[in-house]
Design a protein around this ligand. Sequence first.
Ligand code: CP
Ligand code: NVA
Length: 311
Amino acid sequence: MRGLKGRDYISVVDFSPEELWKVLELSKELKLRTYGGERVIPVLQGKTLMLIFQKPSTRTRVSFEVAMKQLGGFTVTANWTELQLGRGETIADTARTLSRYVDGIAARVFSHRDLTELAEYASVPVINALSDTEHPVQALADFFTIWEKKGRVAGVRVAFLGDGSDNVAHSLMLMAASLGASIRIAAPKGYDPNPRILSLAEERARFTGATVEVVRDVEEAVRGADVVYTDVWVSMGQEAEAERRLKDLSPYRVTKEVMAMAKPDAIFMHCLPAKRGYEVVDEVIDGPQSVVWDQAENRLHTQKALLALLL
Ligand code: CP
Ligand code: NVA
């Protein structure tokens, strides 16, 4: 295992399964120490993370900012358009400049290509804070939560309902495959995962004993599941397709009846923000099986671990 210092985290597969476990183990340690009363663990004293956003964010922005402060560091947060990027300065020149000021860059972008370009020209680590194809920091918190709630990850059965080409679904699939969990995506025709991501997941699964399947039927995915996961039907940037998406994805709503098909102790997960009444009903997201607030909290602990290791 190469060290993680200085590395980028743009896709889940940028890290080996052992490296992903290293982040999860450190997340556990940092969470325990925080709960033990250590508000600041100054391993990144004097270091700065730049956060750049092309789209809105609540959890990612606040958890990264708080994470850096709790590690003794600083953040600078800016909207893409308020930087000279918005007036046409190239990503390459921006990356070269920022690398002279900060110790890491996290960016939320529409096109995944913008991130890979940023990483190519930055001499500091670049972290994907969500792109059109992946949300790898979310997947760290997701599997940390599963580990916490189920006491294991290998062999855990995850059902994802909705848009299989969703960024969150993609990273969840890659993480499941990396850590030896089973994942079944139930999605309608036309909403299958990106074939490249699916084959990356299948490739990883061959070594970890994970299984990755895409089905059309909700019950087929949820029957016997330990985790039922969903995400919005209309992601940021897909507003023009809203009408078609809401219609096509409506059979995949997570209701009490759907939860009843899973194991009795199954948990409900959502990356948030949720569109209540669409992909999930109130009585599920607010019900006893929902772990969404712990999952949201775990963004903070897992990103602290990630930053401590990369920066
Ligand atoms: N889950 C997530 O990334 O939330 P935000 O869009 O609020 O950052
Ligand atoms: N798929 C959603 C995730 C939000 C965290 C989106 O991209 O809008």
